[in-house]
Write a protein that binds this ligand. Structure first.
Ligand SMILES: [Zn+2]
Length: 237
């Protein structure tokens, strides 16, 4: 397939493992009424490994293909994304709460999902060290004589690779998975996110985004102000 060739020749950067994980977390957090985000998730997971550019860097031709995806196959894609979402969330929540059992419970299923993917190795020289990086090209073990089954032929194999990366104990990515604890009304945000350590010592791991860190600060300030008012009021009783 020419698009795979394009990735191999280095004309289009292949999706990195972290990009796979991030797109999969977007799916886990996806509010299914947001159609644009749904198409973006599908585009990243389903097409990028075949040699399309990053969502923000799409060429006009690729934009047309995303539009075409939405109009012609949108319903089928959304149904598949909605079916995949709870399957993905289940693995991620288990990994957060009980990592040991999560690996035992889900490794078999994830291995089956990724069995449809084609992998190849690209050499990476960093200073004097050579290592080979696994790159995913996309699902290949797909029967082209029948219409594509978006869930089993595309979405589950691709999110499966992200889940494999998270379950893998050598890669250490899974330990940076967290769930947002921001209070929203009577419940919590519950978005899943990665907080890998940075040079500055890492970002706070309680909240999923800068907006939610700011919201949490506002909530804390409001609680402090309320406690202060309560103290004043009780003094004047
Ligand atoms: Zn949040």
């Amino acid at each position: 397939m020419w698009t795979v060739q394009q990735v191999r020749k280095g004309e289009v950067p292949p999706l990195t493992e972290l990009e796979f994980v991030k797109a999969t977390l977007l799916l886990a957090n996806w509010a299914s009424e947001d159609a644009d985000q749904g198409i973006q998730i599908f585009y990243t997971l389903g097409l990028r490994p075949h040699g399309f550019n990053r969502w923000e860097q799409r060429t006009p031709r690729e934009k047309i293909s995303a539009e075409e995806l939405r109009t012609n196959r949108g319903e089928k894609i959304f149904t598949a994304l909605k079916t995949a979402q709870p399957l993905v969330r289940e693995v991620l929540l288990d990994l957060l709460e009980k990592p040991r059992t999560a690996r035992l419970r889900h490794a078999g299923k994830v291995t089956e999902w990724i069995s449809k993917l084609e992998f190849y190795g690209i050499p990476k020289f960093e200073r004097n060290t050579l290592r080979y990086e696994n790159v995913v090209c996309g699902p290949v073990a797909v029967d082209l004589t029948r219409p594509i089954d978006y869930l089993h032929d595309a979405i589950l194999p691709m999110v499966g690779w992200a889940l494999a990366v998270l379950l893998d104990q050598n890669r250490k990515v899974g330990q940076y998975l967290h769930q947002c604890r921001l209070k929203v009304g009577d419940s919590r945000c519950q978005n899943l996110f990665l907080a890998p350590p940075t040079k500055e010592g890492g970002r706070p791991i309680r909240y999923c985004s800068d907006e939610h860190i700011a919201d949490a600060r506002r909530q804390q300030a409001a609680r402090r102000a309320q406690r202060y008012r309560d103290r004043i009021a009780s003094r004047h009783k």
